[in-house]
Design a binder for this molecule. Structure first.
Ligand code: BDP
Length: 706
């Protein structure tokens, strides 16, 4: 099996991600060596082979040399990679029952009188996941002599969503081109596909949607399906299924039909035949993802049908193959004066219980659009009879692209921990998505990928952490951001505790810094038009009101903020009464969501004792200061991590500081032109006047939609 050239002939550049397997220090090596003296892996499936290859690869990197492969005659220190039924683990009373299809256990045991380590699952994929966990322990220098670990994913569908076009442009991609080289597929299978699969399997991701939600029907053509098959073949040993996006009007574009009406028999027959054709090529195809009637995409509403009618038509065609249909709830109507915050709920909530069992309604974490901070989406907890899956955005469309260091783990933890106060299925958002609506109903989480053709995959070293954290939260939505950051830091930057502590500290404060210098106190969507690069709080000339930053901030001489209380748009009424009360009252709403829900006078007295205007300025500056602290922290690591990656991070932090100041200055200049108040003492005026910031254009910013 080919694993690419990651370690040969290159300075360390981030290609290896968190699977670096660098040589262990001699003390650790000496301690571990007797406990890892060989591999016993009786199965010969592609997945077991992948597990053994990974173990060998890890061993080679950390210890040097190869592990011997042993036969059934065990020796002390053997590492057993086995399935539940293996005679080697009979009679040990291992907890296979609670592992499900994808879980694993790691257990130190005595078998045939020898001290061994068992890595096992009910299926081969569990054993592979177990190997990755084992390698993680070694990378982190943790003891492996008394292992008793059992772990299983809490969600079934753990997928990346690639917003990749067939011409390799990645919508909202900041890491180069798409890694899918459609033109060379299916003949040429880039070794990178295997490394992609390894990385995903190492964090438990088990599916990938290859194509953009703004879909192109051509991906469903027979020639493209052969290319998709080649990718599916590369990923299969790693437990990863492929999914595609379906353009709702494909029956017209590819099939030559006059309509795509989901209740039209010819349309239904077309989809059924197309889906049967896909499964004939790829028998374990995962299913389809659809963005319908949203931002210009076709959908069932074009024929006066509901989202449920559209989704169910495709779900029915997928069901005989056990395929999943992911249907996005990211909709806001073309002609609708209703607060955009409310529109998805208005449209979807009445459809609760009307979707087939193999439909997952895919809901973004917040009601607007992947902003640096949003309250949780009111649909979570409000559709108890409908499987809802979470959609997070790993790529940082609204958080500074690849150059701003922003660890999203804290944002995702905040959303997943949030209490919906809807009792039907456990009250936190995590419990809502973890709990199947009935036996056999699907559960899942999707992450919009930040992966591209850059050597470091994600466009920056630190953005790899967001890919990593997504996998960990998809596996366990109750996981903790800090623990995940620590695991990633150790594996990615080496075992020096000073390095780990510094990296974790930087990560844990990083997202709040972005919130503060871009959109503090619950402001949102203040980004420049289209590409969303840099500030544009003054933008007011776009066709639809909710495309304009001024719509979100509602900054006027009388004050600032979007009134979503009963006096305003009443979006709060879409939440459970306890949530609505908490966020609706100025006494209890957290400062972080203040202007999301309230329009307040500039002189409103904040909990800090400052006026709202002063507090805003303080927050912008706090964001900039935090970037400076990250720079100082990073400067202290010079020489403690490899020079190439260190220098890249240093330079990116310098870009981030420039842009944080740009954000702060432009925003302060704009809001001051409305608030007409002096800056609080000790806070510097913007470097330029407002016109200067308004005149900045960046037409070639990367990642734009096409
Ligand atoms: C927005 C992006 C746009 C996506 C859209 C979506 O700006 O490129 O197509 O979300 O999620 O955040 O469909």
């Amino acid at each position: 099996m080919c694993f690419g050239l990651a370690n040969q002939g290159y300075a360390e550049d981030g290609y290896d991600l968190w699977l670096r397997y660098r040589p262990l220090e001699s003390v650790a090596k000496a301690r571990y060596e007797p406990q890892i003296a060989g591999i016993v892996a009786p199965g010969d499936s592609p997945t077991i082979r992948a597990a053994v290859d990974e173990l060998q690869r890890g061993y080679r990197g950390m210890f040097g040399g190869d592990l011997t492969q042993q036969g059934a005659e065990l020796r002390d220190g053997a590492v057993l990679v086995v399935r539940a039924g293996s005679p080697l683990v009979q009679g040990l009373d291992l907890p296979f029952a609670k592992l499900g299809g994808e879980g694993y256990l790691l257990r130190s045991a005595t078998v045939q009188g020898k001290r061994v380590t068992i890595i096992a699952g009910n299926r081969d994929i569990g054993a592979l996941y177990g190997v990755f966990r084992f390698l993680k322990l070694l990378q982190a220098g943790q003891p492996i002599d008394k292992l008793d670990i059992a772990d299983a994913p809490k969600l079934q569908v753990r997928v990346l969503n690639h917003w990749d076009n067939l011409d390799r442009h990645v919508e909202r991609g900041y890491a180069g081109q798409s890694i899918w080289d459609w033109q060379k597929l299916p003949r040429f299978k880039d070794p990178r596909y295997t490394d992609y699969a390894r990385a995903n399997a190492s964090i438990g991701i088990n599916g990938t949607v290859l194509t953009n939600v703004n879909a192109n029907a051509d991906i469903l053509r027979p020639d493209y399906l052969q290319k998709v098959k080649a990718l599916a073949d590369a990923f299969r040993p790693y437990g990863i299924k492929v999914y595609l996006t379906a353009r709702f009007s494909a029956p017209i574009e590819l099939g030559g039909l006059a309509t795509a009406d989901p209740l039209d028999p010819a349309v239904r027959a077309w989809w059924k035949a197309k889906i049967d054709e896909i499964y004939a090529v790829i028998p374990d195809f995962g299913g389809l993802l659809v963005k319908a009637n949203s931002e210009g995409q076709p959908g069932p509403a074009d024929y006066h049908r509901t989202h449920a009618e559209g989704a169910n038509m495709l779900a029915d065609a997928l069901a005989p193959h056990r395929g999943i249909l992911m249907w996005r709830a990211f909709v806001y109507a073309a002609e609708n004066a209703e607060d955009r915050h409310k529109q998805a709920y208005t449209e979807f909530q009445p459809l609760d219980g009307r979707f087939r069992d193999n439909v997952l309604v895919q809901v973004k974490n917040g009601a607007i659009d992947f902003q640096p901070r949003e309250p949780f989406h009111p649909l979570f907890g409000a559709m108890p009879r409908t499987p809802l899956m979470m959609e997070f955005q790993i790529t940082k469309e609204y958080l500074g692209f690849a150059t701003h260091l922003a660890y999203l783990g804290t944002m995702w933890e905040e959303v997943l921990e949030a209490d919906t106060f809807r009792p039907a299925r456990g009250t936190t958002v995590a419990k809502v998505i973890e709990t199947p609506v009935d036996a056999g109903a699907a559960t899942g989480m999707a992450g919009v990928a930040n992966i591209g053709s850059d050597r470091n995959w994600s466009g920056s070293q630190f953005d790899q952490a967001n890919w990593y954290a997504f996998g960990r939260f998809a596996w366990d939505p109750d996981a903790k951001a800090e623990a995940i950051a620590r695991d990633w830091a150790r594996m990615t930057w080496g075992g020096d505790p000073v390095v780990t502590d510094t990296v974790v500290r930087m990560m844990m404060g990083s997202r709040e810094a972005v919130v503060d210098y871009m959109t503090p106190l619950g402001l949102t969507h203040q980004m420049a038009t289209g590409h969303h690069y840099g500030p544009g709080p003054w933008v007011a000339d776009l066709k639809r009101p909710e495309w304009n930053p001024v719509y979100y901030a509602q900054a006027r001489p009388d004050g600032i903020g979007f009134d979503r209380t009963a006096r305003g748009s009443d979006a709060l009424s879409q939440y459970a009464p306890q949530v609505a009360r908490n966020w609706g009252s100025l006494a209890t709403v957290p400062d972080e969501l203040l202007l999301w829900f309230h329009h307040l006078p500039w002189d409103h007295r904040m909990k800090s004792g400052r006026t709202l205007w002063d507090e805003l300025v303080v927050r912008y500056d706090a964001g900039v200061d935090q970037v400076r602290r990250m720079q100082a922290d990073w400067a202290g690591l010079r020489g403690k991590v490899d020079e190439t990656r260190w220098a890249e991070v240093r330079d990116f932090l310098a870009i981030q500081l420039d842009e944080a100041i740009w954000w702060r200055d432009a925003s302060v200049a704009y809001f001051q032109s409305i608030a007409k108040r002096p800056l609080p003492e000790g806070h510097k005026p913007p470097a330029h006047d407002l016109d200067h910031y308004k005149a900045i254009t960046t037409p070639y910013a990367p990642g734009q939609g096409k």
